[in-house]
Design a protein around this ligand. Structure first.
Ligand SMILES: *Cc1c(COP(=O)(O)O)cnc(C)c1O
Ligand SMILES: [Zn+2]
Length: 422
């Protein structure tokens, strides 16, 4: 099976360009990477993955001149040598001593993807995806979004000199994200439906050639997002001399879950990582939008689409995770799991992180909420070294932050009155 951890390094087919090609994960059909616009397999409509005939090791990454290059320091693992860049990647891997002690873990680190240029990990995918769009010669880019994809697409699209179109579920996108898409010049189409409806529409528009699709269905975006996993592994190797036992992340469309798993598989194929060292991947969803958790719990090979989804964590308010066929093997083959958390647990975790000085939006805190639950259930043990991914910045959703935080206290405009109040 092409998505197993132990798959061999593939040989380049005739349609490869510079050792890069696209391959269907279902039927194995291969395609030239940049000859035509294509998001899924022509033969069976299966999801596509980018493949390489030469996979890099940690030594190759270390040899890259400038560690501040972020995503593009990993160019050897990417389909192009450079991209449309706003210095994405190289995000902090914070230590959180109080939370680590509270949860009772050997080590806990927070990979804060909110510290990217537009405030979420989506930038890592867009720097690659928009560069591929340029390579393909398209002039209009589009995405459906719960918010952060639209912010990133708007910024990277305008940087790359292309028109951008974003479809958002009306009334369900946090204020900071709409503001970003708007100022970076995207045309914002507010759809009277949820995210999954937006994605259905934008896929049809893309299919008709109206725009180039930059949702995580686009296999090139996931290549950029692999670098999250590479940075986490390098960070743990530097600080603990070993890779993490487990990586816990929020799941919406399961793009990151798929991307991290792909990064690990490629390291194994390159001989840079042993199969038994690969970190367990744990996906966390909100109770009101948990189709991946349902599939993992039922041992199902496919995810059932949830038509009605609801959660305060709007970035993961998704009922039909498009990357499930890539992500389910990732969770299973690494020995990981998936778990759901309530909105209250998410808000508590948001406060826990804030107490360590780390400001995240609700969806991001799901990872820490899920870890706490798994720790309480004894599934995560005290000897483990764990990385939690926090996907977006606090300022993305100022309303949620204000609701989770302290109330302002009105005081008179003179010192005596303020002192009295204190
Ligand atoms: C997009 C997004 C997610 C979901 O990521 P997937 O890769 O689609 O699973 C989670 N959190 C935030 C903040 C996001 O913007
Ligand atoms: Zn196919």
């Amino acid at each position: 099976m092409s998505l197993s951890l132990s798959a061999d390094q593939p040989a380049a087919p005739a349609d490869a360009e510079d050792g890069v090609w696209l391959e269907c994960i279902e039927c194995g059909e291969t395609f030239a990477p940049f000859a035509d616009v294509r998001y899924t397999c022509d033969e069976c409509d299966g999801l596509l993955e980018v493949r390489y005939d030469d996979l890099p090791t940690f030594e190759d990454f270390a040899a890259a001149a400038d560690p501040d290059q972020g995503v593009w320091r990993y160019a050897d693992a990417l389909p192009l040598p450079s991209g449309v860049s706003i210095q994405e990647g190289a995000t902090p891997l914070y230590d959180v001593p109080s939370l680590e002690a509270d949860l009772g873990l050997e080590a806990l680190r927070i990979k804060h993807e909110g510290m990217n240029p537009t405030g979420s990990f989506k930038d890592r995918g867009m720097t690659v995806g928009v560069a591929v769009a340029r390579e393909l010669g398209v002039d209009r880019l589009a995405c459906a979004s719960t918010g952060n994809t639209s912010a990133a697409l708007a910024a990277y699209g305008s940087r790359g000199g292309m028109e951008t179109l974003v479809l958002l579920p009306a009334g369900k996108v946090a204020a900071g994200k709409v503001a970003q898409a708007s100022l970076h010049g995207a045309r914002i189409l507010e759809v009277d439906g949820n995210f999954d409806a937006c994605l259905d529409i934008v896929q049809e528009l893309a299919g008709q050639g109206e725009a180039y699709l930059l949702n995580s269905l686009n296999p090139f975006r996931l290549e950029g997002q692999k670098t999250i996993g590479l940075e986490i592994l390098e960070g743990f190797l530097a600080d603990y001399d070993t890779v993490p036992d487990r990586i816990v992340l929020p799941v919406g469309n399961a793009g990151n879950t798929s991307a991290l798993y792909k990064a690990f598989r490629e390291l194994v194929q390159a001989g840079a990582l042993e199969e038994d060292e690969v970190p367990k991947l744990v996906g966390v969803q909100a109770e009101g939008a948990a189709p991946m958790v349902e599939a993992i719990e039922n041992g199902a090979d496919e995810v059932r689409r949830w038509d009605d989804v609801e959660t305060r964590a709007t970035a993961i308010r998704i009922g039909n995770p498009v990357n499930a066929p890539k992500a389910l093997p990732g969770i299973r083959e690494t020995g990981g799991t998936a778990i759901s958390v309530t909105d209250e647990e998410i808000t508590d975790a948001q406060r826990d992180l804030a107490g360590e000085g780390i400001g995240v939006e609700p969806a991001s805190a799901a990872s820490v909420a899920g870890l706490r639950k798994l720790r309480e259930e004894g599934i995560v043990t005290e000897d483990e070294r764990v990385a939690c991914l926090t996907t977006g910045h606090l300022l993305k959703d100022p309303d949620a932050a204000a609701a989770a935080g302290r109330e302002p206290e009105p005081v008179p405009a003179e010192t005596a009155g303020v002192l009295d109040h204190l």
